[in-house]
Design a protein around this ligand. Structure first.
Ligand code: GLA
Length: 382
């Protein structure tokens, strides 16, 4: 769909839009489940995201049309007006979080669509939050900086969706820059753009097209495990605020004081913080073999220690090894979605063809391939 079509659909419902915005999904090269542990991440915005046409409507109501769901929703802006529809909660949450920060928006009409595959671990929800946050900040001249917009999206997840996520996805969606990954320190929020143009290699995603919606919110449980391990370490080492500050020796000291599960989770996180730094080092030297090796180690840890993989993703990771891919791992929260793969140009075609065939033969599912184009973050299009 292009912008003109979005404007046309907006027109069918609400007249002509005042402005059109877009905000992307993200990939993350390495550094998974480190953001809420105060560690580092290395995401980049992608060329897929959400587009939004919007106009104030002079009322106190929000009227939104989702092109993808072919559904409209109308709701108020007070806490009691929380909409029923799943997708509308993200928009309501953004408005509420702005209000809590003393930033008032008025009623508006909006239509939006996305081309980020849902449930693929590419942060379609962060793209949605960021598009609305960015757009409302702009049309109402609220003067909120990009970091605060990211926090508004994150708080929406925490308070209106129920996922206690870190800051990575919203940050990447807002700060993305074409051709660059971003190394973010999730505690200090210091960041550096890292040019990413791996000559001789391609970065691609293989979408398993499965999403295991597990009960009991496993993402939040991972976070609780990390917090429990960090708290145990802090009793002996008060300087440890997050697991990011801990090392393996400190973890060993508290091994008998925490559950075996919390111990495994913390082992992964402490290793992952170090792996990201090593991978960044290798990247600056153009040493993609080392970057790839670290990606495989991350997969191993996410699968065995953090236990956020699944049969399908482990199978895709095995395919990558079998067909000589330089680095491959689960990307994002886990439990389905994509693997991210760094593959030499010469091996690309065979890897793609064989993996699609093997995956189909094993699970009778057509996996999908997305070439990653690192792109710009949230912006006004018109
Ligand atoms: C999800 C969350 C992020 C991050 C990743 C795992 O995408 O939204 O904050 O924790 O999982 O790295």
């Amino acid at each position: 769909m292009d912008i003109n079509e979005l404007k046309k659909i907006f027109g069918e419902h609400y007249g002509s839009p005042q402005a059109v915005y877009a905000s992307p999904g993200r990939v993350n090269l390495i550094g998974e489940h480190t953001d809420y542990n105060g560690g580092f991440v290395l995401p980049g915005a992608i060329d897929k995201g959400m587009a939004l046409a919007i106009k104030p409507n002079g009322t106190s109501k929000i009227r939104v049309f989702s092109v993808d769901y072919n559904e409209a929703c109308e709701f108020g802006m007070n806490e009691a007006d929380k909409p029923e529809k799943g997708w509308a909660k993200y928009i309501f949450g953004v408005v509420r979080e702005m209000d809590k920060r003393g930033k008032k928006v008025e009623g508006f009409d909006a239509a939006f669509y996305g081309d980020v595959p849902l449930g693929a671990g590419l942060s379609s929800s962060a793209a949605l939050e960021s598009t609305f946050a960015y757009a409302l900040n702009d049309i109402y001249s609220l003067g909120i900086d990009l970091f605060e917009l990211a926090k508004i999206g994150q708080a929406t997840e925490h308070n209106y969706v129920g996922v206690k996520c870190g800051i990575m996805d919203q940050f990447a969606s807002l700060f993305g820059k074409k051709g660059n990954l971003i190394r973010l320190d999730c505690r200090s929020l210091e960041y550096q753009y890292v040019p990413f143009n791996p000559t001789g290699y391609k970065l691609l995603l293989v979408d398993s097209c499965v999403k295991h919606e597990l009960v009991n919110n496993p993402y939040n449980r991972r976070r609780e495990s990390c917090e429990a391990a960090a708290a145990a370490i802090r009793r002996r080492h008060p300087e440890v605020e997050f697991l990011r500050d801990a090392n393996f020796d400190m973890l060993e000291e508290v091994k008998s004081e925490i559950s075996a599960e919390d111990y495994s989770r913390a082992t992964f996180v402490i290793g992952e913080v170090k792996r990201l730094l090593d991978a960044c080092d290798a990247l600056t030297k153009g040493d993609y073999q080392t970057v790839g090796k670290k990606m495989y180690e991350t997969h191993e840890g996410l699968s065995k220690l953090y236990e956020v993989s699944c049969e399908e993703l482990d199978f895709l990771n095995d395919c990558a090894r079998r067909y000589g891919v330089t680095g491959s791992r689960i990307m994002g929260g886990g439990f389905g979605g994509c693997t991210i793969n760094l593959v030499e140009d010469a091996k690309y075609d065979k890897f793609v063809a064989q993996t699609l065939a093997d995956y189909k033969a094993k699970f009778n599912i057509d996996a999908r391939i997305y070439d990653v184009v690192i792109s710009d973050g949230a912006r006004r299009l018109e």
